[in-house]
Design a protein around this ligand. Structure first.
Ligand code: C2E
Ligand code: CA
Ligand code: CA
Length: 563
């Protein structure tokens, strides 16, 4: 530092840009090539070089390699044109550790207006930067599995070089029945399983693949662009295989499997939004995952147009059905049940109908599962019970007598804690004698015999009858049913259909055993005289089906009786 006027000039210039030097300033001067000509004590201290080691060396001696080339290019462009540059730089010390400095570089210009040297004033911001890094890490990492989270997923995707027409593959992974693990073993165990899943996933993937946890038990994987379908299937199978290995938690063994939806598409032309493209890709993978689940889980499924149509329809049904009760779109129809000895109507089965303003008539096989899924089956089921009970009361007042009115009750409604209370209320309000009401439940509903027998007993205490619907399609045996106070068995239509195809044996067995165990036996879905004759010969008690009547509206039933 032999030219003191230059330094004076420097200080003057610094004042001009209102920059105050203080004791913590790290100061260096370089020539216009970046060779260090002066380094103050603070600079030596932070960089761990002596001033002898620094002077005469290019300033990139402290370069950490953290910033891209473009970063310094931009900096040089600024100062070479005589402008002040300001920014944050990560530098490296002599012993290889890092520090961050807030940096201002001021060029000194010769008479021609060209810089002949630069003074750099730096402040140590390492502590702040470290905090920022932690905060950043927290914002982009899932704390449980340490996998990238949703935020980092978006960031990573944006940072990837994209070429139009290049194929991107997304895998949407969701664990099967994970909720049951949390419910049965507690969240701590669930957490450990998730951590293990993350580890196993990483082991199945390559460096270039990207896996993130989206939340809950959902993971998204993006695969290397040039994979073909076969390579993807290999990866998906490997993942499924890994994830179904039992999880050892404490001294317990926990089992789970996964469902994977796969969607592939090529990156659209530059004009289209990449974000929109990716959103759709993931939505499609999610849809395919849903299908993999529906097919029983522990499998992967590629997305296709059919799935998208089904999903779109489900979505529409779900949103329309939420208003169906308020809009009065539901209606109950009744199908006569006939005594096969004397052909007299002994009762009716109530069946729900939905006529939607937009979608038209939708069948119960399609909309009941939706009501069960969104929980509306409980209020809708209550409405059905109230409608049916008051209808039955109405008929009785009109001197139309039937032994029973049968109502289908969904397992969700049956297991609802207020089911019995609500039913009592309805019976009270409609003043219907409970013995005229029969509740139809399926074998699936009573699989858990402990809780179901309690509800069935409560129904019996009220005087309500209980029948097992679609009998023969589930897993229950007749002797199992005998443990429960059940009145009626309804033989599923599929067995009646088979009567025409020499399938009498099963129907036969059910009828004779059912009768021996003192159940009333009803055959469902009788369509032909032959079927009817056969059932009569077998002395099946009652029957129901298009042969007698389709389900019809309440006033048609009234008419039928008048005739
Ligand atoms: P399900 O309880 O087994 O009802 C019998 C189904 O078979 C009815 O279909 C009925 O219309 C139909 N069926 C009756 N006889 C014949 C026949 O001879 N041939 C043919 N091909 N079909 C016949 P639906 O009304 O479409 O109901 C389908 C299912 O939806 C019902 O099966 C029941 O599981 C459910 N469901 C209907 N209404 C309700 C309800 O109010 N609540 C609940 N939870 N489920 C209901
Ligand atoms: Ca039924
Ligand atoms: Ca049935």
């Amino acid at each position: 530092m032999n030219d003191t006027t230059e330094l004076d000039q420097a200080y003057q210039k610094l004042k001009d840009i209102e920059f105050a030097l203080d004791a913590s300033s790290i100061v260096a001067i370089t020539d216009n090539k970046g060779i260090i000509t002066y380094a103050n004590e603070k600079f030596c201290e932070i960089s761990k070089y002596s001033s002898e080691e620094l002077i005469g060396r290019n300033q990139n001696i402290v370069n950490s390699g953290h910033h891209p080339k473009s970063f310094f290019k931009e900096m040089w462009k600024t100062i070479e044109t005589g402008n002040v540059w300001h920014g944050e730089i990560k530098n490296k010390t002599k012993d290889g550790s890092y520090y961050w400095v807030d940096t201002t570089i001021v060029p000194f210009l010769n008479e021609a207006g060209k810089p002949y040297q630069y003074i750099a004033i730096r402040y140590n911001i390492t502590t702040r930067k470290k905090y920022e890094e932690v905060i950043e890490m927290m914002a982009y990492t899932d704390p449980l599995t340490k996998l990238p989270n949703r935020n980092q997923f978006t960031k990573w995707v944006r940072s990837q070089p994209k070429k139009t027409d290049e194929i991107v593959t997304a895998l949407f992974l969701d664990l099967d029945r994970f909720k049951a693990i949390n419910d049965n073993f507690g969240h701590d165990v669930g957490d450990i399983v998730l951590k293990t899943v993350a580890k196993r996933l990483k082991n199945c993937l390559r460096e270039t693949d990207f896996v993130s946890r989206q939340g809950g038990d959902e993971f998204i994987i993006l695969l290397k662009n040039n994979d073909n379908e076969e390579a993807i299937m290999t990866i998906a199978s490997a993942i499924l295989e890994q994830l179904c290995i039992p999880y050892k938690v404490n001294d317990k063994q926990v089992f789970t499997t996964a469902s994977i939806g796969i969607s592939r598409d090529s990156i659209p032309s530059e004009n289209d939004s990449y974000d929109v493209f990716l959103k759709k890709l993931i939505k499609n993978a999610d849809t395919a995952m849903f299908h993999a689940k529906r097919q029983g889980g522990n499998q992967y499924c590629f997305n296709n147009d059919h799935q998208n149509i089904v999903l779109e329809r489900n979505y529409q049904l779900d949103s329309e059905i939420k208003e169906a009760l308020i809009r009065n779109e539901f209606k109950v129809v009744y199908q006569p049940i006939v005594n096969l000895k004397n052909n007299k109507i002994v009762g009716v089965e109530a069946l729900l109908r939905w006529n939607n303003r937009k979608l038209g008539a939708v069948g119960p096989n399609e909309f009941i599962p939706i009501l069960e899924k969104n929980g509306l089956i409980v209020p809708v089921g209550k409405w059905i019970l109230a409608t049916v009970c008051s209808q039955m009361k109405f008929w009785q007042e009109k001197k139309i007598f039937m032994q029973r009115i049968c109502v289908n009750v969904s397992p969700i409604q049956f297991k609802d804690e207020n089911f019995i209370r609500d039913l009592k209320e309805i019976l009270n309000e409609t003043m219907l004698d409970a013995s005229y009401l029969e509740i139809e439940i399926t074998e699936g509903t009573i699989l858990d015999i402990k809780t179901s027998s309690q509800t069935i007993n409560e129904l019996k205490d009220l005087g309500v009858k209980v029948s097992i619907d679609d009998f023969g399609t589930g897993y229950s045996s007749l002797s199992y049913l005998k443990q429960l106070p059940i009145d009626t068995l309804k033989i599923d239509k599929s067995f009646i259909d088979d009567l025409d195809r020499d399938g009498e044996i099963i129907a036969n067995t059910i009828i004779s055993m059912g009768k021996n165990l003192n159940f009333r036996v009803i055959a469902e879905g009788i369509e032909s005289e032959e079927q009817l004759d056969y059932l009569k010969r077998q002395k099946c008690h009652e029957g129901q089906g298009y042969y007698f009547s389709k389900p019809i509206e309440n006033n048609k039933i009234t008419e039928l009786f008048r005739q």
